[in-house]
Design a binder for this molecule. Structure first.
Ligand code: PXP
Length: 241
């Protein structure tokens, strides 16, 4: 069985459109948990374009599953993470001009930096995941950095159009996942996963959890968060091995 961690950034994006207090991403997170999510993900960006410091602190105090704080390896955000103590951090590259996280980290070029960051998180008992491309060199570098988990970027897979291209990228993800798992890392996957392309990813038995935001929050506009999360979990349970 594969776990579902729900990213609630997009609820905060709607709140920020008016700069008020609704909809509250914390309420969305609690509803996602009630519907069966095994974790809540939020990305505290340097520019605070959606989730803010208050959200992270209130989420820490209220959710009962697992809080995964997505963040760049930026000293200001690192200090917040060490103070708030999420259950885990997922380190992502961050670029101010991007609409969403665009690519995986280049761990191979930043092994020492990632190792120092990992050591600091581990001192506070915070579990560390790195968001990377499905690439063996990045997995080997992540192992050297001492992280607990890698999250494989599924954005390319999600955006391809032809069955042949999708199959090739899917095989990259499956091979990378098995490689990381056999090397002793836990494996997550995410980005661009929806109610139509998640089925295949669930068939990769070495993947432990998925991190999904946009498609679930989009569907929740029509049918509510409870139903949107339950539909995704039902689909994942049907297709996972
Ligand atoms: N995983 C990571 C590392 C991400 O940056 C994001 C986007 O915030 C997601 C998963 C979720 O992507 P999506 O919103 O496309 O489901």
């Amino acid at each position: 069985m594969i776990n579902l961690n729900v990213n609630i950034d997009h609820v905060a994006t709607v709140r920020q459109a008016r700069g008020g207090t609704e909809p509250d991403p914390v309420t969305a997170a609690l509803n996602a948990e009630i519907a069966g999510a095994t974790g809540i993900v939020c990305h505290l960006r340097e520019d605070r374009r959606h989730v803010n410091d208050r959200d992270v602190r209130v989420l820490r105090d209220t959710i009962q599953t697992k809080l995964d704080l997505e963040m760049a390896a930026n000293e200001e955000i690192i200090k917040i993470a060490l103070d708030v103590k999420p259950d885990m951090v997922t380190i992502v590259p961050e670029n101010r001009n991007e609409l969403t996280t665009e690519g995986g980290l280049d761990v191979a070029k930043n092994i020492d930096k990632m190792k120092r960051l990992t050591d600091r998180m581990h001192e506070r008992n915070i579990y560390v995941s790195l968001f990377i491309e499905p690439d063996e060199a990045q997995i080997e570098a992540s192992l050297i950095a001492g992280v607990d988990m890698v999250e494989l970027h599924t954005g390319k897979y999600a955006n391809l159009n032809t069955p042949e291209d999708i199959r090739i990228e899917y095989n990259h993800i499956a091979r990378a996942s098995d490689f990381a798992f056999k090397a002793g890392l836990e494996v997550a996957a995410g980005h661009g996963l929806n109610y139509y392309n998640t089925q295949m990813i669930c068939r990769i038995s070495s993947i432990k959890e998925l991190s999904i935001g946009h498609s679930i929050i989009s569907r929740s506009i029509y049918c509510g968060i409870d139903r949107a999360v339950r539909d995704m979990i039902a689909l994942m349970n049907t297709y996972s091995m």
